[in-house]
Design a protein around this ligand. Structure first.
Ligand code: ADP
Length: 175
């Protein structure tokens, strides 16, 4: 039987920590759906369509990975596409608290769906989409932290914005 996993998140934008978790999931499961949540409770840099397009291009070399947009409860989306596993990444201890709460909530909503958390690669333990956004908006170069297509999109976005950008830094380790 095909084992399908969903890797849900905001992916605003996808970065190398996300790519690493996706790649490792793709070696554990037959099929991995990277599920881009269309209305996260966050200040977004990219539209839903852009976040999907960037993730799709960044992950195009993994044959068993697909990228979808979704807006339902994650477990409902997982059920709908026949997935039985949710993949999440853990960077720092503080991630654990929220991931644990979400895993228990999702288990309450659907006990047939398991959450699997993968530890971040040590190179990406500090990396969040918020950090990528903050570097970019303050005029820095985040290209070492993201796939090349995302680096281009960040450059284009930065060039389209006024200088200096009206932006209040507010990084949290949690995105
Ligand atoms: P969310 O809004 O769901 O937190 P994100 O796009 O920020 O969405 O992250 C999606 C998933 O990827 C989360 O499980 C998050 O912990 C994980 N993740 C984010 N950054 C990293 C990283 N540097 N290393 C490993 N996992 C990460």
């Amino acid at each position: 039987m095909t084992k399908t996993a969903v890797y849900p998140g905001s992916f605003d934008p996808i970065h190398l920590g996300h790519v690493d978790i996706t790649q490792r999931s793709a070696s554990l499961f037959d099929r991995v759906i990277v599920a881009v949540y269309n209305r996260p409770n966050k200040r977004l840099m990219f539209t839903s369509e852009q976040r999907v397009a960037l993730a799709r291009e960044a992950l195009q070399d993994f044959p068993n990975v697909e990228v979808c947009l979704y807006g339902d409860l994650t477990v409902a989306f997982a059920r709908q596409i026949g997935a039985s596993v949710l993949v999440r990444g853990l960077r720092v201890i503080s991630d654990f608290e929220l991931e644990y709460q979400m895993a228990l909530t999702n288990n309450q909503l659907d006990p047939n769906i398991e959450t699997v958390c993968l530890m971040t690669h040590k190179d990406y333990a500090f990396l969040t989409s918020s950090i990528v956004k903050e570097i970019t908006l303050l005029g820095g170069d985040a290209s070492a932290l993201v796939p090349p297509n995302v680096a281009s999109a960040l450059r284009a976005l930065r060039e389209s914005l006024p200088d200096p950008v009206d932006f209040t830094p507010g990084v949290s380790v949690r995105d």
